[in-house]
Design a protein around this ligand. Structure first.
Ligand SMILES: [Zn+2]
Length: 254
């Protein structure tokens, strides 16, 4: 497994300072979170690529910009955010893009399913043309989006899965919704990205039974992808450094 840091934690900094802060902590890999891009326009991608190349960081995954559609008229904007995110993934050479369902949990099922079909018809096709794998993330109960447990994710996948849809398992969300075992049992072999933090996106300060058991199960599924630390943006630098040291040690054991 490879340790990575979501650069969303430094989203308030410009990209140059953002990458510098990640490097300063000693990380080699990042998940590029689209919320670090001030304006999701087409040309911003070139500046991001130049700065990433200069930093020497490797972009293992990209977190898509998402819009949890509450009304069908918003479908086009969700597609735009998804496609521009794919453009970033392509230029930053990220082979995997984490996506949410892009659907509000308040939308009734019929409209939800119709919107899912419309959005992912376009995103799947574009991702496939760029050879980028999409990985659907499990959400927390606090999210405005739909897809917090196996039942909801199964509904989403039954519409959007083109046979190649991966899963991003967010351990914080899984702990908050008490879904860790169900998600692992159902999607263990499909996981291609892991968002790692304790509840409320707080860093783990030490090893505990839940964490060890989770990593052991991932290992048993043969998982060797990213462990992406996705931490709350107020996390002090010293705590991020301690969190990194903990995972450097743990990932040596798995
Ligand atoms: Zn996440």
């Amino acid at each position: 497994m490879k340790l990575s840091l979501s650069n969303g934690i430094f989203s308030k900094l410009g990209l140059e300072k953002n990458f510098a802060a990640v490097k300063e902590l000693g990380f080699e890999n990042i998940e590029f979170n689209m919320k670090t891009v001030r304006r999701e326009n087409d040309t911003a991608v070139y500046a991001a690529k130049k700065l990433l190349d200069a930093s020497g960081l490797k972009c293992l995954t990209l977190h898509s910009a998402t819009l949890h559609v509450k009304d069908e008229v918003e479908v086009h904007r969700a597609v735009y955010y998804g496609k521009i995110s794919l453009e970033f993934a392509r230029r930053l050479s990220a082979p995997i893009m984490t996506v949410h369902s892009n659907i509000s949990k308040k939308l009734p099922q019929e409209a939800r399913d119709r919107c899912l079909a419309l959005i992912f018809k376009e995103l799947n096709q574009y991702a496939q043309s760029l050879s980028i794998k999409l990985a659907l993330e499990n959400l927390s109960y606090t999210s405005t989006g739909f897809g917090k447990n196996v039942d909801q994710l199964e509904e989403v996948l039954s519409i959007i899965d083109d046979g190649d849809m991966g899963i991003t398992i967010d351990f914080c969300h899984a702990l908050e919704t008490k879904q860790t075992d169900n998600l692992l049992e159902k999607y263990g072999k499909r996981i291609c990205n892991v968002h790692m933090s304790n509840k409320s996106h707080k860093p783990f300060t030490q090893e505990n039974q839940e964490l060890t058991s989770f990593l052991t199960k991932l290992h048993e599924f043969g998982y060797d992808g990213p462990i992406t630390l996705e931490l709350e943006h107020k996390t002090p630098i010293e705590e991020i450094a301690r969190n990194k040291a903990l995972f450097d040690k743990l990932l040596n054991e798995f």
